[in-house]
Design a protein around this ligand. Structure first.
Ligand code: FEO
Length: 395
């Protein structure tokens, strides 16, 4: 149902409380999500984005109870990904001639996905669309945040920035605004979203934030396409993004390990002990990667200055869970982070070397050659692991 965002701007999206994975099975969404679509009813009626394909019929039916669909003058597509454009085919069956304002790349993605030659109107940064009552929509291309077709749209006078994926969170809520939800949950999901989706585009994001700042827009509400809208101090999330986009790290060291018979786990525990002894101020966290959600691990990697990875040697290599998480770390192009490796072995013992190569290939700077232990760590080996932790703490 329609909810007022501000004056004649309403939310007409879908809250998806059941969603537990996104991008297929690639991204966990423990707190669900929402697909935020907006209706602007000035002299002109404008729909900004739609909702994910499975909710298309529900979306169009609900929208038709709020307004006569034929009264929609313009549709704005800020981003062609199916979670926002998925209801277009159902909607366009009802209003096939309605102009769709989007970037040139969005035309490519929409045609590629839906094979329709709708009435596209290509826009670029600075283009404006008059919506009446003295208000305009101003378009801002947001290429690679996070697709080449991404765009934001600003509504003058009401000062609402429809930012699409940027500044969003996979967070189901009926409360709509940031000041009405649990801020720990909100920030937990916002940082997870950034870490897992936007990290590779941080350099572009830094430039885009500077470009938006130079426009000197007064922003009263940031209306994202997922999760809660930023109404109370909306620039707080822009400031956070500026920090996150700047090779973000906290004073945290995270140990990621997998283990077969607990030898490598024992080493992990002693290394954590050594880190805490050497630097009581550092936050040390330890996770068995085979038992922990990958995307939650990536959020911890994002916050870390150093990541310590451990695996026993298996078949001249390492346990696949550790390869999987390092692959994600590489894909996300983390910068300015250190790493160290460790692991037990019974025979040949190549595991640490394999981890070193993987971590270097993922862009991490190694602290030393790593620690390898033959068989289960005895008292001396455990003390060596404590000392190794102290070395890691000092970086
Ligand atoms: Fe929320 Fe890139 O789609």
């Amino acid at each position: 149902m329609k909810k007022v965002v501000k004056n004649n701007v309403s939310w007409v999206g879908k809250v998806d409380w059941e969603l537990r994975t996104f991008h297929g099975e690639e991204l966990s969404t423990h707190r669900g999500s929402s697909y935020n679509s907006y209706l602007l009813e000035e002299e002109k009626t404008v729909l900004i984005d739609t909702v994910w394909l499975p909710f298309a019929e529900e979306f169009v039916t609900n929208l038709a109870t709020e307004i006569d669909l034929n009264k929609i003058d313009y549709i704005v597509v800020n981003h062609g990904e199916v979670d926002h454009s998925g209801s277009l085919p159902a909607l366009m069956k009802r209003i096939p001639q309605t102009p769709i304002y989007c970037t040139a790349n969005a035309v490519k993605s929409l045609k590629g996905q839906y094979h329709q030659d709708w009435n596209f109107r290509v826009v670029k940064t600075g283009d404006q669309l008059d919506v009446g009552n003295g208000k305009k929509l101003i378009f801002v291309e947001m290429a690679m945040l996070h697709w080449p077709d991404s765009m934001a749209t600003f509504l003058t006078q009401d000062n609402v920035l429809f930012s699409n994926d940027a500044f969003g969170q996979h967070y189901a809520t009926e409360m709509l605004f940031n000041d009405l939800v649990d801020s720990c949950e909100l920030y937990g999901e916002a940082i997870k979203y950034y870490a897992n989706i936007l990290t590779p585009f941080s350099a572009m994001l830094r430039k885009k934030l500077a470009e938006i700042a130079a426009l000197n827009l007064t922003i009263d509400i940031i209306a994202t396409s997922h999760g809660a809208l930023w109404r109370q101090n909306p620039l707080q999330i822009v400031e956070k993004y500026a920090q996150w986009a700047n090779d973000y790290q906290e004073n945290q060291i995270t140990i990621l390990y997998d283990t077969m018979w607990n030898g490598t786990k024992t080493m992990a525990e002693r290394i954590a002990e050594g880190i805490a002894l050497a630097d009581p101020a550092v936050v040390v966290k330890m996770f068995n990667v085979a038992k922990t959600d990958d995307n939650d691990l990536i959020t911890e990697v994002f916050k870390s200055k150093t990541v310590v990875v451990g695996s026993p040697t298996v078949s001249n290599s390492v346990l696949h869970s550790t390869v999987g998480i390092i692959h994600l770390m590489k894909e996300l192009k983390f910068r300015n982070k250190k790493a160290a490796a460790f692991g037990c072995s019974g025979w040949s013992g190549e595991g640490v070397k394999v981890l070193n190569e993987l971590l270097t290939g993922a862009g991490f700077t190694l602290i030393g050659d790593g620690m390898r232990n033959l068989w289960n760590p005895d008292a001396a080996a455990q003390q060596e692991a404590v000392e190794y932790g102290k070395v890691i703490a000092k970086g």
